[in-house]
Design a protein around this ligand. Structure first.
Ligand SMILES: Cc1ncc(COP(=O)(O)O)c(C=O)c1O
Length: 389
């Protein structure tokens, strides 16, 4: 597998390249797509072979017997995350945005408060608002250049109407791998305010060499209020398969979730199940290790480029392939630094305010691309802000 290969994705209905002009005014002919979180890499051969097997057989009927699929999830969580999952705890949703929406539907009602520690992955707020729940954004402070969880400050902002916390671990967009102490703090916070915790761990495999992610399920005392959400889609770049795991250890919460799945007639897509079953394997695991070594080197190249621009800083990346970059030190308005990124550098990157309170002066850059693209991006940004040097 060569992550250096440039694969032209334009004209394939991929949102990242084919929508960048419409959404950011950056032409795919001359610009770089560094926004939405999918990678410009092919998945490992085991996944390609699974799809090829379906194609060769040529019949795309309903899927039956998900024991191998659930067994693969069980194997992965056990081997990669030290977490023993009972296959009966696993629901398959249409991805994790859908998983979040399903949790809102199953465990809260209109008007209930739902807490986010912001800035955070933007689709959480989108589904909370669209479900007519009360979005409660608690902004995380930055200390030593990275996000912290300030539970005293969070406590002071609680109204008593909150029923759920949607927590992002590892954190998108800040790239934090939360420590055991921080996760225990989240558990205490949830108990103190009687919240269900929906722990979105979609980035759990994408941790930098030397970092170690702890699943929330391994934190004591949360079992009766915990929903775990994981997926193979970010890890293996198969987001279009729209398949996610919602894993619920508590029997009561599980019954309530299962009832909503049933009421909405939800059942999974066979392509996703075949791909995930193939991905969660020793071959898939070896590929992820190589991937993260490559992304760590990309992050070094990108960070060095950013560090050379006075007033611009990137948050240290402990996980994910998403670099969170602060332009506040330039003294420029948001319009001006965004215009420089888009019009002068020709880069489509996510706008910080989309991620909620605290994102105002930031932009998010996707580093899951061949090294030459990252070098190009770093050079383009330096030129676009050359007058600051
Ligand atoms: C934290 C988080 N959750 C969920 C998603 C999307 O999940 P899905 O494609 O399974 O709906 C993303 C995508 O970037 C994400 O960063």
């Amino acid at each position: 597998m060569s992550f250096d290969e440039i694969i032209d994705r334009r004209g394939t209905h991929c949102v990242k390249w084919d929508m960048m002009d419409t959404l950011y005014g950056v032409s795919p002919d001359t610009g770089l797509a560094m926004w939405v979180a999918d990678m410009d890499f092919r998945p490992p051969n085991c996944v390609q072979e699974a799809v090829r097997g379906m194609l060769d057989h040529g019949i795309y009927g309903y899927f039956g017997d998900d024991s191998a699929y659930k067994g693969a999830i069980q194997w992965w969580m056990d081997n990669r995350h030290g977490w023993t999952v009972d296959p009966d705890w696993i629901f398959t949703t249409h991805g994790l945005v859908n998983g979040t929406a399903m949790c809102l539907d199953a465990f809260t009602k209109e008007g209930d408060g739902v807490v986010l520690f912001t800035p955070v992955y933007h689709a959480f707020a989108k589904v909370i608002r669209a479900s007519n729940r009360d979005l409660r954004e608690l902004q995380m402070p930055i200390e030593d250049g990275t996000y912290r969880l300030d539970f005293e400050a969070f406590d002071a902002q609680m109204t008593g109407n909150e029923k759920m916390l949607v927590f992002c671990s590892p954190h998108n967009p800040g790239g934090r791998v939360w420590t055991r102490e921080e996760l225990e703090g989240v558990a205490e916070f949830a108990r103190r305010h009687d919240l269900i915790v929906v722990s979105d761990e979609i980035h759990h495999d994408l941790v930098m060499p030397g970092q170690s992610h702890i699943p929330m399920a391994r934190i004591e005392g949360l079992d009766d209020r915990l929903v775990m959400m994981t997926a193979a889609t970010k890890t293996f770049n198969i987001a279009g398969a729209h398949v996610g795991n919602v894993i619920i250890p508590d029997p009561d919460l599980r019954a309530r979730f299962g009832a909503r799945m049933m009421a909405l007639g939800m059942s999974p897509n066979s392509f996703g199940l075949h791909m995930v079953t193939a991905a969660y394997s020793p071959e898939g695991a070896a590929w992820v290790d190589e991937l993260m070594t490559y992304i760590a080197a990309n992050a070094e190249v990108f960070d060095a480029g950013i560090a050379a621009i006075p007033g611009v800083t990137s948050m240290p990346l402990q996980s994910t392939y998403l670099s969170w970059v602060d332009f506040s030190g330039t003294g420029m308005s948001r319009e001006e630094f965004t215009a420089r990124v888009e019009k002068e550098a020709g880069i489509a990157a996510n706008h910080g305010p989309t991620f909620g309170k605290g994102g105002e002066t930031w932009m998010r850059f996707n580093l899951a691309a061949p090294r030459s693209v990252i070098e190009d991006a770093a050079g383009r940004l330096q030129s676009a802000f050359a007058d600051l040097q």
